[in-house]
Design a protein around this ligand. Structure first.
Ligand SMILES: [Zn+2]
Length: 168
């Protein structure tokens, strides 16, 4: 499925920032993000713990679409240590709480695509998606024009979610 954006001017900057940690043993966008330093609008990272982080999706299905990602390059749930699994879930909970506070959506899709056949874009580095949803948001533009309209930039989403991030 090819989807074009009506406006995606932020994407070049974001990819450039995420590539700042290039030189990793493998070419993995999540490993580059994990190595890109503390949370900032530049790297899109909203929160970073000792074994996981929360980052905005550079190709969001909706504004605020974020992901909880283990720092370590592991592809399956079974590869996570107990500590990693616990913190990944904690990260997902923080992200969902921030989405609720920042956007007040009618619902949130939270989940993972495990393996390429399940739709994982980056199957070798586990990640959980959290996508805010609204009643009636049947992806109208996608349906009619193979195009999505995103009402805000990634930087705006980052600022909005950071301001609403729950205190720990
Ligand atoms: Zn990785």
């Amino acid at each position: 499925m090819s989807l074009e954006r009506l406006w995606a001017g932020w994407r070049n900057d974001y990819v450039a920032a995420a590539g700042a940690g290039a030189g990793q043993p493998h070419d993995c966008v999540f490993c580059r993000i994990a190595a890109s330093g503390p949370p900032s609008a530049g790297n899109g990272v909203l929160w970073k713990g000792s074994t996981s982080l929360v980052v905005l999706n550079a190709y969001p299905y909706a504004s605020g679409h974020l992901m909880a990602v283990p720092l370590r390059h592991v592809g399956s749930l079974g590869d996570l240590s107990e500590e990693e699994a616990g913190e990944l879930w904690a990260a997902a909970r923080l992200g969902v709480a921030a989405l609720d506070a920042a956007y007040g959506p009618d619902g949130i899709n939270l989940g993972a695509n495990l393996g390429e056949a399940a739709g994982a874009g980056i199957p070798k580095h586990l990640h959980l998606h959290a996508v805010p949803r609204w009643s009636g948001d049947t992806n109208f533009m996608t349906a009619v024009a193979d195009t999505r309209v995103l009402p805000e930039t990634l930087v705006s989403s980052w600022e909005r979610l950071s301001a609403a991030w729950p205190s720990e």
